[in-house]
Design a protein around this ligand. Sequence first.
Ligand code: AGP
Length: 611
Amino acid sequence: MCGIVGYLGKRQALPIIIKGLKRLEYRGYDSAGVALLNGSLEIVKKKGKVLDLENEIGERTLDASVGMGHTRWATHGEPNDKNAHPHTSTDGKLAIIHNGIIENYSSLKKELELNGHNFLSDTDTEVLIHLIEEIKVQNKCTIEEAVRLALNEVVGAYAIVVLSQDEERTLIAARKGSPLVIGIGKDEFFVASDATPIIEYTNDVTYLNDKEMAIIKDGNLVVKNLANVVKTPFIQKLELDLEDIEKGGYPHFMLKEIFEQPKSIRDAMRGRLVSREHHLFMSGIDQYLNRFINAERMLLIGCGTSWHAGLIGEYLFEDLARIPTEVEYASEFRYRNPVIRDKDIVIAISQSGETADTLAAIELAKSKGSLIFGVCNAVGSSIARTADAGAYLHAGPEIGVASTKAFTSQVTILAMMAMYLGLKKGTIPLNKFQELIHGLDSVPDKVSKILAKGDEILEISKSFYKASNFLYLGRGYNFPVALEGALKLKEISYIHAEGYPAAEMKHGPIALIDEDMPVVFIATKDSSYEKVISNIQEVKARKGKVIAIVTEGDTEIKQMADFTFEIPSIADPLVPLLAVVPLQLLSYHIAILRGCNVDQPRNLAKSVTVE
Ligand code: AGP
């Protein structure tokens, strides 16, 4: 999913735009480009990273105080110079950058070709700027009116910025489905896909809603919807600061975010868990307590790592609150004609709060009368604003594409929700509730203890970074951790890895086991410990190499496994918060040893804002 930045003000636009694109590069890094307006439109674009664009610009100053920039994640048209944004109109006087997908672009393209338009790229975006040009010429209207009319003809998702050579000090932005935030400074305006390019300059922002456009002229911001109705923008203060989005001395954002977990988990509990009073405050639940208490079913919806957090949530809600719970892949849920009842509570789990499939899935459930509860990290995001209530993670920006601290914060929130409902419903005995409260309160220190031994994982990684396959196995609460460990390794080291319920192995995957297959077991001392021991023996019998995450003081598995890594003991429902950390480090170190770019892995992007 692409990153877009725009600026209109008194300063030099180029350095602001380039810095902003670097902050958004985690959203896509297939190509980058800028357009600057100073009497005429100056466009420079290049395949590759923002650095390649900077090299392409070279010593040119491109003097202008109005401009825009784009970093691309290719959907339509392969990553190359001609498909890079910005794209221009036939007369070269209009330029556009776009994040999203225009679904009806090919029919629009055919009509425009019949009217003599020629296209230079394979993108859907170029079709939109030609449509805007066609409408502007046919209707002899302003650029803002041409954009409004054109957007009423397109189907799909978009966040766009448009510049027109004939309307010098004007910047047009609009969104539907893809995120867009406007920063309001003193005599200047910033437009971006998220707040990271803006916080350096101002904390005053407004998030555009779906089907809204912003017309920015010197000192003036007008927001209106596509029906031409003027709207009063809701301006809010950002809670972020610059330090949150810097590497803080770490070589990579991913490693910084792994080591931030003691703090981010504590921040997820702040104002909610009061350990000394054995108390939990879940204001989002309190708003709809009766609906939660009388819920017939919980539906946890997400994608990728958020889906894995949801799977742990399923175990937590059934185990602690005795509420029938299902976890759903958003992309399947939205199209499989699911049975949704108004007594269902839908929990939307999303770090970015912008994942298109999750957004569409909850809009579907909402239309069927379900209560939507959002568990999001990005404040002001689309999913957070669509939800009826929710709980923010407060994990701070997560910039590494591979999600780490957001996962442990999601699980912390879901654990507190299940404990809270269990207490309210009387399905959890007070002593167990208090044990879990103390357990949760001890997690940040226990994670610090694990991180302090991180070098042990580096040593283990040195034995396996050349592997071409990995298996991750766990039971109960540790099964979703196995899935998450496998996903982390896949997405940043490009090693094929699978997570499985340990007992499922005998039903197929055991055929994969030989001396070249590393098998990671999450084998902590819980109710299925003995069973996991047998599974380890089955793997060892086929000469598989076993790496086992075990509970401190475990001696039995130490005899069998090739490598063990000890984690502090804690109640079963909370083990995932500890057991995932060494798996995050394992994937990080293996990827580094393989020379991979861990913060910006190939083919991936941080938030998937299109289907
Ligand atoms: C995880 O490391 C990946 N970045 C990806 O699977 C991610 O979890 C998924 O795209 C969901 O993103 P969200 O939490 O922002 O909705």
